[in-house]
Design a protein around this ligand. Structure first.
Ligand SMILES: NC(=O)C1=CN([C@@H]2O[C@H](COP(=O)(O)OP(=O)(O)OC[C@H]3O[C@@H](n4cnc5c(N)ncnc54)[C@H](OP(=O)(O)O)[C@@H]3O)[C@@H](O)[C@H]2O)C=CC1
Ligand SMILES: CC(=O)[C@@H](O)[C@H](O)COP(=O)(O)O
Ligand SMILES: [Mn+2]
Length: 355
Protein backbone atom coordinates (compact mmCIF):
# COMPACT_ATOMS: atom_id res chain seq x y z
CA UNK A 1 0.00 0.00 0.00
CA UNK A 2 0.87 3.68 -0.22
CA UNK A 3 0.82 5.67 3.02
CA UNK A 4 0.49 9.43 2.68
CA UNK A 5 1.39 11.10 5.99
CA UNK A 6 3.24 8.10 7.45
CA UNK A 7 4.91 10.12 10.22
CA UNK A 8 1.65 11.52 11.62
CA UNK A 9 -0.71 10.12 14.23
CA UNK A 10 -2.80 8.14 11.71
CA UNK A 11 0.26 7.21 9.64
CA UNK A 12 2.05 5.68 12.62
CA UNK A 13 -1.08 3.73 13.60
CA UNK A 14 -1.44 2.54 10.00
CA UNK A 15 2.07 1.12 10.08
CA UNK A 16 1.19 -0.72 13.30
CA UNK A 17 -1.82 -2.22 11.52
CA UNK A 18 0.38 -3.09 8.52
CA UNK A 19 2.64 -5.06 10.88
CA UNK A 20 -0.31 -6.80 12.49
CA UNK A 21 -1.66 -8.00 9.12
CA UNK A 22 1.68 -8.33 7.36
CA UNK A 23 0.76 -5.78 4.67
CA UNK A 24 3.29 -4.59 2.12
CA UNK A 25 4.27 -0.90 2.20
CA UNK A 26 5.34 0.30 -1.25
CA UNK A 27 5.40 4.08 -0.79
CA UNK A 28 5.90 6.32 2.24
CA UNK A 29 5.04 10.03 2.07
CA UNK A 30 5.99 12.36 4.92
CA UNK A 31 6.59 16.03 5.65
CA UNK A 32 9.37 17.29 7.91
CA UNK A 33 9.89 14.50 10.42
CA UNK A 34 12.84 12.88 8.63
CA UNK A 35 14.16 11.17 11.75
CA UNK A 36 10.97 9.12 12.15
CA UNK A 37 10.72 8.61 8.38
CA UNK A 38 14.20 7.07 8.29
CA UNK A 39 13.20 4.62 11.03
CA UNK A 40 10.11 3.70 9.03
CA UNK A 41 12.19 3.21 5.87
CA UNK A 42 14.50 0.85 7.72
CA UNK A 43 11.63 -1.18 9.12
CA UNK A 44 9.23 -1.29 6.12
CA UNK A 45 11.64 -1.10 3.19
CA UNK A 46 9.41 0.92 0.78
CA UNK A 47 10.29 1.17 -2.92
CA UNK A 48 9.56 4.89 -3.06
CA UNK A 49 9.64 7.82 -0.62
CA UNK A 50 8.26 11.36 -0.99
CA UNK A 51 8.84 14.28 1.39
CA UNK A 52 7.65 17.89 1.43
CA UNK A 53 10.90 19.90 1.14
CA UNK A 54 13.81 19.88 -1.25
CA UNK A 55 16.30 20.88 1.45
CA UNK A 56 15.62 17.64 3.38
CA UNK A 57 16.18 15.32 0.41
CA UNK A 58 19.76 14.45 1.28
CA UNK A 59 18.80 13.56 4.86
CA UNK A 60 16.54 10.73 3.73
CA UNK A 61 18.08 7.24 3.80
CA UNK A 62 16.63 6.07 0.50
CA UNK A 63 17.76 5.89 -3.12
CA UNK A 64 14.37 6.70 -4.63
CA UNK A 65 13.21 9.85 -2.87
CA UNK A 66 11.52 12.92 -4.33
CA UNK A 67 9.72 15.98 -2.98
CA UNK A 68 6.67 18.16 -3.38
CA UNK A 69 2.96 17.84 -4.07
CA UNK A 70 3.36 16.72 -7.69
CA UNK A 71 5.74 13.97 -6.59
CA UNK A 72 2.99 12.61 -4.30
CA UNK A 73 0.62 12.43 -7.26
CA UNK A 74 3.27 10.77 -9.44
CA UNK A 75 4.04 8.21 -6.73
CA UNK A 76 0.35 7.25 -6.59
CA UNK A 77 0.15 7.01 -10.37
CA UNK A 78 3.32 4.93 -10.74
CA UNK A 79 2.69 2.50 -7.89
CA UNK A 80 1.47 -1.05 -8.30
CA UNK A 81 -0.30 -1.13 -4.90
CA UNK A 82 -4.07 -1.24 -4.97
CA UNK A 83 -4.54 0.73 -1.73
CA UNK A 84 -3.79 4.35 -0.77
CA UNK A 85 -4.07 5.49 2.85
CA UNK A 86 -4.49 9.25 2.80
CA UNK A 87 -3.44 10.51 6.25
CA UNK A 88 -2.27 13.95 5.11
CA UNK A 89 -3.70 16.91 6.98
CA UNK A 90 -5.74 19.73 5.42
CA UNK A 91 -6.62 20.86 1.87
CA UNK A 92 -3.29 19.43 0.71
CA UNK A 93 -4.94 15.99 0.85
CA UNK A 94 -7.57 16.73 -1.81
CA UNK A 95 -5.48 16.24 -4.97
CA UNK A 96 -4.02 12.91 -3.74
CA UNK A 97 -7.56 11.74 -2.93
CA UNK A 98 -8.72 12.59 -6.45
CA UNK A 99 -5.61 11.00 -7.97
CA UNK A 100 -6.05 7.76 -6.00
CA UNK A 101 -9.66 7.50 -7.17
CA UNK A 102 -8.70 8.31 -10.79
CA UNK A 103 -6.07 5.55 -10.69
CA UNK A 104 -8.70 3.04 -9.51
CA UNK A 105 -7.06 2.51 -6.11
CA UNK A 106 -8.90 1.56 -2.96
CA UNK A 107 -8.84 4.68 -0.78
CA UNK A 108 -8.60 4.48 3.01
CA UNK A 109 -9.39 8.10 3.77
CA UNK A 110 -8.36 9.77 7.02
CA UNK A 111 -7.97 13.17 5.33
CA UNK A 112 -11.49 14.33 6.22
CA UNK A 113 -10.84 17.72 4.60
CA UNK A 114 -11.17 16.01 1.18
CA UNK A 115 -14.81 15.23 1.94
CA UNK A 116 -15.41 18.52 3.73
CA UNK A 117 -14.42 20.60 0.72
CA UNK A 118 -15.33 18.36 -2.22
CA UNK A 119 -17.60 15.58 -1.00
CA UNK A 120 -19.89 15.73 -3.99
CA UNK A 121 -17.02 15.15 -6.43
CA UNK A 122 -15.61 12.16 -4.58
CA UNK A 123 -16.56 8.75 -5.92
CA UNK A 124 -17.09 6.49 -2.90
CA UNK A 125 -17.19 3.17 -4.75
CA UNK A 126 -13.74 2.23 -3.46
CA UNK A 127 -13.56 4.40 -0.36
CA UNK A 128 -13.46 3.58 3.36
CA UNK A 129 -13.39 6.47 5.80
CA UNK A 130 -10.91 6.38 8.68
CA UNK A 131 -12.63 8.51 11.28
CA UNK A 132 -13.76 6.94 14.53
CA UNK A 133 -17.33 8.25 14.32
CA UNK A 134 -17.90 7.34 10.67
CA UNK A 135 -16.37 3.96 11.22
CA UNK A 136 -18.85 3.59 14.10
CA UNK A 137 -21.81 4.54 11.88
CA UNK A 138 -20.64 2.17 9.13
CA UNK A 139 -20.25 -0.62 11.70
CA UNK A 140 -23.74 -0.07 13.09
CA UNK A 141 -25.57 0.06 9.79
CA UNK A 142 -27.74 -2.98 9.39
CA UNK A 143 -30.66 -3.95 7.28
CA UNK A 144 -33.14 -1.80 9.21
CA UNK A 145 -34.75 1.52 8.40
CA UNK A 146 -32.59 4.31 9.73
CA UNK A 147 -34.20 7.44 11.10
CA UNK A 148 -31.21 9.56 12.12
CA UNK A 149 -27.55 9.34 13.04
CA UNK A 150 -25.69 10.84 15.99
CA UNK A 151 -21.95 11.20 16.42
CA UNK A 152 -20.27 12.04 19.67
CA UNK A 153 -17.77 14.73 20.61
CA UNK A 154 -15.34 14.68 23.49
CA UNK A 155 -15.82 18.41 24.07
CA UNK A 156 -12.13 19.02 23.38
CA UNK A 157 -9.41 20.59 25.47
CA UNK A 158 -11.55 23.35 27.03
CA UNK A 159 -14.79 21.57 27.77
CA UNK A 160 -14.42 22.19 31.52
CA UNK A 161 -12.71 25.60 31.46
CA UNK A 162 -14.64 28.62 32.78
CA UNK A 163 -15.97 30.44 29.69
CA UNK A 164 -14.25 33.69 30.71
CA UNK A 165 -10.83 31.98 30.61
CA UNK A 166 -11.10 30.88 26.95
CA UNK A 167 -9.86 34.25 25.68
CA UNK A 168 -6.39 33.74 27.11
CA UNK A 169 -5.74 30.01 26.81
CA UNK A 170 -2.29 28.93 25.63
CA UNK A 171 -1.32 26.78 22.65
CA UNK A 172 -0.06 24.12 25.03
CA UNK A 173 -3.44 23.95 26.78
CA UNK A 174 -5.26 23.85 23.43
CA UNK A 175 -3.15 20.91 22.29
CA UNK A 176 -3.99 18.90 25.40
CA UNK A 177 -6.88 16.77 24.09
CA UNK A 178 -8.66 14.90 26.91
CA UNK A 179 -8.93 11.52 25.14
CA UNK A 180 -7.07 11.24 21.83
CA UNK A 181 -3.43 11.68 20.82
CA UNK A 182 -3.69 13.31 17.41
CA UNK A 183 -1.95 15.83 15.15
CA UNK A 184 -1.99 19.51 16.14
CA UNK A 185 -4.49 20.72 13.57
CA UNK A 186 -7.26 18.23 14.36
CA UNK A 187 -6.65 18.74 18.10
CA UNK A 188 -7.36 22.47 17.74
CA UNK A 189 -10.37 21.64 15.53
CA UNK A 190 -11.69 19.47 18.39
CA UNK A 191 -11.26 22.28 20.91
CA UNK A 192 -13.31 24.71 18.78
CA UNK A 193 -15.82 21.96 17.78
CA UNK A 194 -15.02 22.66 14.11
CA UNK A 195 -13.95 19.01 13.93
CA UNK A 196 -17.54 17.98 14.67
CA UNK A 197 -18.93 20.33 11.98
CA UNK A 198 -16.44 18.71 9.58
CA UNK A 199 -17.61 15.28 10.69
CA UNK A 200 -21.26 16.23 10.15
CA UNK A 201 -20.34 17.24 6.57
CA UNK A 202 -18.30 14.05 6.20
CA UNK A 203 -21.23 11.92 7.42
CA UNK A 204 -23.68 13.73 5.12
CA UNK A 205 -21.57 12.76 2.09
CA UNK A 206 -20.72 9.27 3.30
CA UNK A 207 -24.21 8.22 4.36
CA UNK A 208 -26.33 10.47 2.14
CA UNK A 209 -28.47 11.89 4.93
CA UNK A 210 -29.04 15.29 6.53
CA UNK A 211 -30.63 13.85 9.68
CA UNK A 212 -27.43 14.22 11.62
CA UNK A 213 -26.50 15.57 15.01
CA UNK A 214 -23.74 15.40 17.58
CA UNK A 215 -23.66 15.29 21.37
CA UNK A 216 -20.85 15.36 23.92
CA UNK A 217 -19.82 12.06 25.49
CA UNK A 218 -16.79 13.11 27.54
CA UNK A 219 -15.07 9.70 27.66
CA UNK A 220 -15.08 9.15 23.84
CA UNK A 221 -16.08 5.52 24.35
CA UNK A 222 -19.32 5.80 22.40
CA UNK A 223 -18.39 7.06 18.93
CA UNK A 224 -21.68 6.94 17.08
CA UNK A 225 -25.35 6.10 17.51
CA UNK A 226 -28.07 5.21 15.04
CA UNK A 227 -31.73 5.91 15.76
CA UNK A 228 -33.90 3.50 13.80
CA UNK A 229 -37.46 4.19 12.64
CA UNK A 230 -38.68 1.42 14.95
CA UNK A 231 -37.67 3.52 17.97
CA UNK A 232 -34.54 1.60 18.90
CA UNK A 233 -31.05 3.07 19.14
CA UNK A 234 -27.72 1.27 18.74
CA UNK A 235 -24.37 2.61 19.88
CA UNK A 236 -20.82 1.80 18.80
CA UNK A 237 -18.58 1.40 21.85
CA UNK A 238 -14.81 0.96 21.62
CA UNK A 239 -11.69 2.16 23.39
CA UNK A 240 -9.94 5.21 21.96
CA UNK A 241 -7.61 3.81 19.31
CA UNK A 242 -7.64 4.52 15.61
CA UNK A 243 -6.29 1.04 14.86
CA UNK A 244 -9.82 -0.40 14.66
CA UNK A 245 -11.10 2.09 12.00
CA UNK A 246 -7.80 1.73 10.11
CA UNK A 247 -7.97 -2.07 10.19
CA UNK A 248 -11.47 -2.08 8.75
CA UNK A 249 -10.49 0.47 6.11
CA UNK A 250 -7.71 -1.86 4.97
CA UNK A 251 -9.15 -5.35 5.48
CA UNK A 252 -12.46 -6.87 4.43
CA UNK A 253 -12.75 -9.09 7.44
CA UNK A 254 -11.09 -8.83 10.86
CA UNK A 255 -10.50 -12.09 12.66
CA UNK A 256 -7.92 -10.83 15.16
CA UNK A 257 -8.24 -8.87 18.34
CA UNK A 258 -7.36 -5.23 17.63
CA UNK A 259 -8.31 -3.51 20.89
CA UNK A 260 -8.97 -4.33 24.50
CA UNK A 261 -12.77 -4.34 24.88
CA UNK A 262 -14.33 -1.61 27.01
CA UNK A 263 -14.93 -2.81 30.56
CA UNK A 264 -18.33 -1.29 31.32
CA UNK A 265 -18.18 -2.19 35.01
CA UNK A 266 -14.90 -0.37 35.34
CA UNK A 267 -16.31 2.61 33.42
CA UNK A 268 -19.45 2.45 35.58
CA UNK A 269 -20.93 5.75 34.29
CA UNK A 270 -21.44 7.44 30.95
CA UNK A 271 -22.57 11.03 30.62
CA UNK A 272 -24.09 12.97 27.70
CA UNK A 273 -24.20 16.74 27.20
CA UNK A 274 -25.57 19.20 24.67
CA UNK A 275 -23.07 21.12 22.53
CA UNK A 276 -23.60 24.73 23.64
CA UNK A 277 -22.86 27.64 21.30
CA UNK A 278 -21.72 29.73 24.25
CA UNK A 279 -18.64 27.49 24.53
CA UNK A 280 -18.47 26.46 20.87
CA UNK A 281 -19.69 29.44 18.75
CA UNK A 282 -19.08 27.49 15.52
CA UNK A 283 -21.98 25.20 16.46
CA UNK A 284 -24.38 28.04 15.51
CA UNK A 285 -23.80 27.30 11.82
CA UNK A 286 -24.44 23.55 12.00
CA UNK A 287 -27.86 23.77 10.33
CA UNK A 288 -26.73 26.34 7.74
CA UNK A 289 -23.93 23.96 6.77
CA UNK A 290 -26.25 20.94 6.65
CA UNK A 291 -28.54 22.91 4.33
CA UNK A 292 -25.62 23.88 2.08
CA UNK A 293 -22.72 21.43 2.23
CA UNK A 294 -20.85 23.50 -0.38
CA UNK A 295 -19.95 25.85 2.48
CA UNK A 296 -17.48 23.17 3.61
CA UNK A 297 -14.80 24.62 1.35
CA UNK A 298 -15.27 28.08 2.91
CA UNK A 299 -15.19 26.78 6.46
CA UNK A 300 -12.16 24.59 5.76
CA UNK A 301 -10.10 27.38 4.16
CA UNK A 302 -10.95 29.94 6.85
CA UNK A 303 -10.27 27.41 9.59
CA UNK A 304 -6.89 26.37 8.14
CA UNK A 305 -5.80 30.02 8.01
CA UNK A 306 -7.11 30.70 11.52
CA UNK A 307 -5.61 27.57 13.11
CA UNK A 308 -2.21 28.31 11.65
CA UNK A 309 -2.43 31.94 12.88
CA UNK A 310 -3.30 30.65 16.35
CA UNK A 311 -0.40 28.19 16.34
CA UNK A 312 1.88 31.05 15.20
CA UNK A 313 0.67 33.16 18.16
CA UNK A 314 -0.88 35.79 15.88
CA UNK A 315 -4.43 35.45 17.25
CA UNK A 316 -6.19 34.16 20.36
CA UNK A 317 -8.15 30.92 20.65
CA UNK A 318 -11.59 32.57 20.37
CA UNK A 319 -10.52 34.35 17.17
CA UNK A 320 -10.36 31.01 15.33
CA UNK A 321 -14.13 30.58 15.34
CA UNK A 322 -14.65 34.31 14.75
CA UNK A 323 -12.60 34.13 11.53
CA UNK A 324 -14.53 31.06 10.35
CA UNK A 325 -17.95 32.54 11.16
CA UNK A 326 -17.02 35.80 9.45
CA UNK A 327 -15.93 33.91 6.32
CA UNK A 328 -19.17 31.88 6.22
CA UNK A 329 -21.10 35.12 6.51
CA UNK A 330 -19.14 36.78 3.70
CA UNK A 331 -19.11 33.80 1.28
CA UNK A 332 -22.53 32.28 2.00
CA UNK A 333 -23.75 32.64 -1.57
CA UNK A 334 -20.96 30.76 -3.34
CA UNK A 335 -21.89 28.44 -6.18
CA UNK A 336 -19.87 25.31 -6.92
CA UNK A 337 -20.23 23.58 -10.27
CA UNK A 338 -16.94 21.74 -10.61
CA UNK A 339 -13.64 20.96 -8.91
CA UNK A 340 -11.99 24.08 -10.37
CA UNK A 341 -14.52 26.19 -8.44
CA UNK A 342 -13.37 24.49 -5.23
CA UNK A 343 -9.71 25.39 -5.81
CA UNK A 344 -10.69 28.98 -6.75
CA UNK A 345 -12.94 29.50 -3.72
CA UNK A 346 -10.36 27.94 -1.40
CA UNK A 347 -7.81 30.49 -2.67
CA UNK A 348 -10.17 33.45 -2.40
CA UNK A 349 -11.27 32.60 1.15
CA UNK A 350 -7.66 32.06 2.27
CA UNK A 351 -6.60 35.42 0.91
CA UNK A 352 -9.62 37.15 2.54
CA UNK A 353 -8.93 35.53 5.93
CA UNK A 354 -5.18 36.11 5.80
CA UNK A 355 -5.62 39.86 5.41
N1 LIG B 1 -5.24 11.55 14.47
C1 LIG B 1 -6.43 11.01 14.52
O1 LIG B 1 -6.72 10.21 15.44
C2 LIG B 1 -7.46 11.33 13.48
C3 LIG B 1 -7.13 12.06 12.34
N2 LIG B 1 -8.07 12.27 11.38
C4 LIG B 1 -7.68 13.01 10.17
O2 LIG B 1 -6.54 12.38 9.59
C5 LIG B 1 -5.70 13.35 8.95
C6 LIG B 1 -4.31 13.24 9.57
O3 LIG B 1 -4.40 13.58 10.94
P1 LIG B 1 -3.19 13.33 11.96
O4 LIG B 1 -2.54 12.03 11.65
O5 LIG B 1 -3.73 13.58 13.30
O6 LIG B 1 -2.23 14.53 11.53
P2 LIG B 1 -0.65 14.70 11.82
O7 LIG B 1 -0.40 16.17 11.83
O8 LIG B 1 -0.26 13.89 12.98
O9 LIG B 1 0.02 14.06 10.52
C7 LIG B 1 0.01 14.67 9.25
C8 LIG B 1 0.92 13.92 8.32
O10 LIG B 1 1.01 14.62 7.07
C9 LIG B 1 2.39 14.88 6.77
N3 LIG B 1 2.50 16.12 5.99
C10 LIG B 1 2.15 17.37 6.37
N4 LIG B 1 2.41 18.25 5.37
C11 LIG B 1 2.93 17.51 4.36
C12 LIG B 1 3.40 17.83 3.05
N5 LIG B 1 3.40 19.10 2.58
N6 LIG B 1 3.87 16.83 2.26
C13 LIG B 1 3.91 15.55 2.71
N7 LIG B 1 3.46 15.19 3.94
C14 LIG B 1 2.98 16.16 4.75
C15 LIG B 1 3.05 15.01 8.12
O11 LIG B 1 4.45 14.85 8.00
P3 LIG B 1 5.50 15.33 9.14
O12 LIG B 1 4.90 15.02 10.46
O13 LIG B 1 6.70 14.48 8.80
O14 LIG B 1 5.75 16.80 8.92
C16 LIG B 1 2.38 13.83 8.84
O15 LIG B 1 2.95 12.62 8.41
C17 LIG B 1 -6.36 14.71 9.20
O16 LIG B 1 -7.17 15.04 8.09
C18 LIG B 1 -7.26 14.46 10.42
O17 LIG B 1 -8.37 15.32 10.48
C19 LIG B 1 -9.34 11.78 11.47
C20 LIG B 1 -9.71 11.10 12.58
C21 LIG B 1 -8.82 10.81 13.66
C1 LIG C 1 -10.33 10.06 16.71
C2 LIG C 1 -11.23 10.86 15.91
O1 LIG C 1 -11.99 10.35 15.12
C3 LIG C 1 -11.23 12.33 16.09
O2 LIG C 1 -11.88 12.98 15.03
C4 LIG C 1 -11.93 12.61 17.40
O3 LIG C 1 -13.29 12.44 17.19
C5 LIG C 1 -11.61 13.98 17.87
O4 LIG C 1 -12.20 14.22 19.07
P1 LIG C 1 -13.43 15.21 19.32
O5 LIG C 1 -14.59 14.34 19.62
O6 LIG C 1 -12.92 15.98 20.49
O7 LIG C 1 -13.61 16.08 18.10
MN1 LIG D 1 -13.41 11.77 14.37
Amino acid sequence: MIILGSTGSIGVNTLEVAKKFDLNVEVLVAGKNIELLNKQIKEFNPKKVVISSKEDLELVDHKNVSCGEDAILEAIENSSSDTVVNALVGFLGLKPTLKAIKCGKKLALANKESLVVAGRFIDQTNLRAIDSEHFGLWYLLQDKVVDSMVITASGGSFRDYPLEDLKNVSIKEALNHPNWKMGNKITIDSATMTNKIFEIIEAAWLFNTRKLDAIIEPKSLIHALINFKDGSTTAHIANTSMQLPISYALMNKIDKNILEPVDLLEISKLEFKKIESSRYPIWDIKNEILNNLDLGVVLNAANEVAVSKFLNREIGFLDISKISLNAINKFNSIKINNLDDIFAIDKEVRSYCAS
